[in-house]
Design a binder for this molecule. Sequence first.
Ligand SMILES: Cc1cc2nc3c(=O)[nH]c(=O)nc-3n(C[C@H](O)[C@H](O)[C@H](O)COP(=O)(O)OP(=O)(O)OC[C@H]3O[C@@H](n4cnc5c(N)ncnc54)[C@H](O)[C@@H]3O)c2cc1C
Length: 457
Amino acid sequence: MTSIAIVGGGIAGLTAAYQLQRRGLDVLVLEARDEAGGAIRSEQAGPFLVEYGPNSLRASTPLLEDMIDALGLADQVVEAQPAAKNRYIVRDGHLVALPTSPPGLLTTKAFSLRGKLRLLAEPFVAPRTVDGAESVADFVQRRLGREALNYGANPFVAGIFAGDPEALSVEHAFPALHTLEAEHGSLLKGQFRRARARKDAPPPKARYGLFSFRDGLQTLPRALADALGDALHTGTRVTRLSPDDGGGWTLTTQTDAAQATHRVDAVLSTVPLHNLPALLSGLAVDLAPLEGVPYPPVSVYHLGYHATDVGHPLDGFGVLVPEVEDDLHILGTIFSSTLFPNRAPDDYVLLTTLVGGSRHPDLARADLDTIWATVTHDLQALLDVHGPPVFDALYRWEQAIPQYVLGYGAIKDLLTRLETAHAGLFLAGNFRQGIAVPDAMASAAKAAERIAEYLGA
Ligand SMILES: Cc1cc2nc3c(=O)[nH]c(=O)nc-3n(C[C@H](O)[C@H](O)[C@H](O)COP(=O)(O)OP(=O)(O)OC[C@H]3O[C@@H](n4cnc5c(N)ncnc54)[C@H](O)[C@@H]3O)c2cc1C
């Protein structure tokens, strides 16, 4: 059988492996950690169920739903509870709900009257005519005004990328916004036309809204790992990938016990960009730019409270903190026990707070006492928390999420050139076509197709 090595057992590596195995191909997945799943990590900590990576998924492509069916996980899906519909941001130190429908824009306190009028003027703003990359911040300010940047884009970029809108490229980080302007000249006009087209020809409805699994998101990679069986080797770090004279690839691997080599026909790497140059050090391509892609640190801090010790009703998904609210230092908090059932025991709540990111990298790396003091201070100020936590759990990501910064097009081109110049080498993961879990899976599915085609399978 033709053999394929997949480096990295995160959701991208597992997805590609599963798809190739279902085509009858011989795959070997090599994962450095002792467990598969990569950024997806769920843990039952006493009566609290905590997520250290992603908290929720949206099935933006049919791939995720198909995978759930194929793995027999449909009866474990839990959808977001209706109360999680509200999304809060902070304005002048207080939580304000963002509008959930266009009429809600009139009454929301998230934007001033002036800010709302500026939002509504968006269709009259001429499209950009100058060439060249544009940051998310410049794009949003140009089209929607300064308040939309400060109280909309800024907290959302912190919530999604743990990033900075001044640094991210609108074309690469939010391609849908970039395309709306390019195709319709305006975001609002484009949205309106798309909504009308959807009414005339409704697309297939996603089966789930925002969802997770009863035992947390790691249910998905654990099920994929079970399906892969002996093809998955955890605790196995790949230290080098080099092309053979015969058209295949040789991998060097390291476990606690031994070093080994494997010869394969094709290799798919799903490791983070900063790990690639060392893996491919023998190739005559300058991979140094990959090390320049920022992956800022993020710490995820879970706190459990008696429900009676929290004054706010926690009737939402969570709250995001705009950078201009500079008395506060957290990026945002997910109301985890409102979002999904079984995250906290009855009469308790679970709050999941993100600190650090591009905004406060040093805070992500601070000692536990500093993180505890910062988070409890901000939660007290925002959510009227008036009792001590009964539970806490901290997880530190030293390099959390790739930032699709200005100039990211050159990084994508470099990855494509690397694949084109080296037959049998493929790359997939959250650095390719979006950072969300379904995007990483879609990139892996695409790579699996290309590998099968390359091998004539
Ligand atoms: C805190 C946080 C919150 C997030 N929230 C959400 C969310 O709510 N919704 C959402 O959709 N997405 C979210 N994301 C993003 C999403 O989880 C990730 O982008 C996605 O899971 C990445 O999958 P991947 O397979 O591309 O990479 P990874 O998960 O990083 O997998 C790469 C794997 O490669 C392994 N590896 C690295 N080097 C080697 C080597 N040399 N040899 C062998 N193995 C190696 C690593 O151990 C790792 O397991 C979040 C991410 C983080 C960090």
